[in-house]
Ligand binder design. Structure first.
Ligand code: GDP
Ligand code: MG
Length: 260
């Protein structure tokens, strides 16, 4: 798969946005994305919402949006099935539809979508651009102490365990070259929840993709509720440890073998 990227004027990009009960946040997000599409240096940017049949009617709001069927698209899934699964479904659609670049972001307004043109510009000589809170110039606003500690701790754990260079391995705001995304098997990853971001960072680094971090200021959501749960955090902790063990076993086949 070639990772060729056309010149910016003919680049086709899509922002994939997973939603579960985001009726309070999806329309303001679409307004902000509309401004990015028509702003200075505007990329060709469509939006694909992946909704897991949200009981609060998020999908109906998307269908009623004036851009629906034009630049706003919707994929609905039968039931809540996790962030990783929603992204894989959305990415598969984006690949089938022939987009050259994919942006991924939360629906809740936490990610500064105004940075999308700068992140897409970085794809000219990178495969993956991670919107990062943990590089100079990046940060987070309005985060309760508990969330800040969880995020810093999760990043330190993932980074040290998997020997990652990326400082914000859990960031959900990223831009990908589609060819690179396929090269690191994103569509065949195993994480159900937020571990998806770490799994992709790990694959991208190990497979030699050109990964860079672009500083962003993350803002805590002002409406709706977080879907982060203890189970989601536990899945990430267990998977990270398992991936490292698998790596060690592959590098040292005798190591960790049962004693005879
Ligand atoms: N389709 C789908 N979206 C989900 C699921 N879980 C979380 N999301 C979405 O993923 C994004 C990140 O979740 P969020 O609750 O903002 O997590 P937080 O930022 O860590 O608090 C939001 O747009 C959610 O609506 C899920 O199971 N299915
Ligand atoms: Mg969020």
């Amino acid at each position: 798969m070639s990772t060729f990227l056309p010149a910016p004027a003919s680049l086709r990009c899509v922002a994939v946005v997973p939603t579960y009960d985001e009726a309070a946040t999806i329309l303001p997000l679409l307004d902000r994305l509309a401004a990015v599409r028509s702003g200075p240096g505007a990329p060709h940017l469509d939006v694909l919402v992946v909704d897991d049949s949200s009981p609060d009617g998020t999908a109906d709001l998307v269908r009623a949006h004036p851009g629906h069927g034009d630049w706003v698209h919707l994929v609905t899934r039968v039931a809540k099935d996790g962030l990783g699964a929603a992204y894989r479904a959305g990415f598969a659609h984006a690949v089938d539809d022939g987009y050259h670049a994919i942006v991924q972001l939360d629906a809740d307004g936490s990610h500064p979508v105004e940075q999308i043109p700068a992140m897409l510009a970085l794809l000219a000589d990178h495969d993956l651009v991670v919107g990062s809170r943990y590089v100079p110039g990046g940060g987070a606003e309005g985060w309760p102490l508990r969330r800040r500690v969880l995020s810093v701790g999760a990043n330190a754990y993932a980074r040290r365990t998997l020997r990652l260079r990326t400082h914000d391995a859990t960031s959900g705001f990223r831009a990908w070259r589609v060819g690179a995304l396929l090269r690191c098997d994103v569509l065949r990853t195993e994480s159900t929840g937020y571990a998806f971001q770490v799994e992709n960072t790990w694959h991208a680094e190990r497979r030699g993709l050109r990964v860079t971090e672009h500083p962003i200021t993350f803002s805590e959501r002002v409406a709706g509720a977080s879907k982060m749960t203890v189970d989601v955090a536990r899945e990430a902790a267990v998977l990270v440890a398992r991936w490292r063990l698998e790596e060690l076993r592959a590098a040292h086949p005798g190591l960790l073998a049962p004693a005879r």
